[in-house]
Design a protein around this ligand. Structure first.
Ligand SMILES: [Zn+2]
Length: 219
């Protein structure tokens, strides 16, 4: 019997990359305290937090940002794992609530089929303006996540685009921002989960930072 084509969507921060992009940038460019202030502000909805965090990036040079991202440590065995998934004909991509500056870089480096993330605006001198365009999506499907990238909405959209039934989707994530896609995917995998909820809601939990561990679960 011919194997069915699947769609595999990865979170980026803490999943494909060991650290979070925004925390790495905050450390490097000196806005760590501003970042934790926004991250700990419980009066903000998820997407409002993304807008406030984008404002902290104002004035940074896109090129410096990409260079910093390029030095970040990636998960072990990503190359062989992605190669194997693609060799089986599966569609592989990233759905992240980070930035296209990072996700597009990784999509090219990893030879992935799609990437979805927030778009940081920059001016003609490649300096970030502090503004961000967010893919959202929760407002269209009534998802309770209310974050800048509703991962469930975009998983459904990609599944439709690549003509793959939702039951044949696999998602890999590590935090509550991945919850809405983990709950609706055919197979939800928690990779190095950062809290209990994500562990409970996932079909499989992986505790070793090694991408080769997901291959036998998918193919
Ligand atoms: Zn959602």
């Amino acid at each position: 019997m011919k194997r069915e084509r699947k769609l595999v969507a990865f979170d980026m921060d803490g999943t494909l990359l060991e650290e979070s992009v925004i925390r790495t940038l905050a450390k490097k460019f000196g806005f760590a305290s501003g970042l934790s202030e926004v991250q700990n502000d419980s009066s903000l909805l998820g997407y409002q937090r993304t807008q406030k965090i984008a404002a902290l990036l104002r004035g940074l040079d896109e090129i410096d940002v990409i260079e910093t991202i390029g030095k970040m440590k990636m998960i072990k065995n990503w190359r062989s794992a992605i190669y194997e998934l693609k060799a089986h004909g599966h569609v592989v991509g990233i759905i992240s609530d980070s930035y296209t500056l990072a996700c597009d870089y990784l999509r090219k480096k990893m030879d992935l089929d799609f990437s979805i993330a927030n778009v940081l605006h920059s001016n003609e001198n490649h300096l970030l303006t502090g503004r961000v365009s967010m893919p959202l999506g929760w407002e269209k499907i009534g998802c309770k996540c209310k974050i800048s990238v509703c991962k469930r909405y975009h998983l459904e959209k990609m599944a439709q685009k690549f003509n793959i039934p939702l039951s044949n989707t696999v998602v890999v994530g590590d935090t509550v921002s991945d919850l809405c896609m983990i709950e609706c995917a055919g197979l939800g995998i928690a990779m190095m989960p950062k809290d209990e909820t994500i562990k409970e809601k996932s079909d499989k939990v992986i505790t070793s930072p090694d991408l080769s561990t997901i291959v036998p679960l998918v193919i």
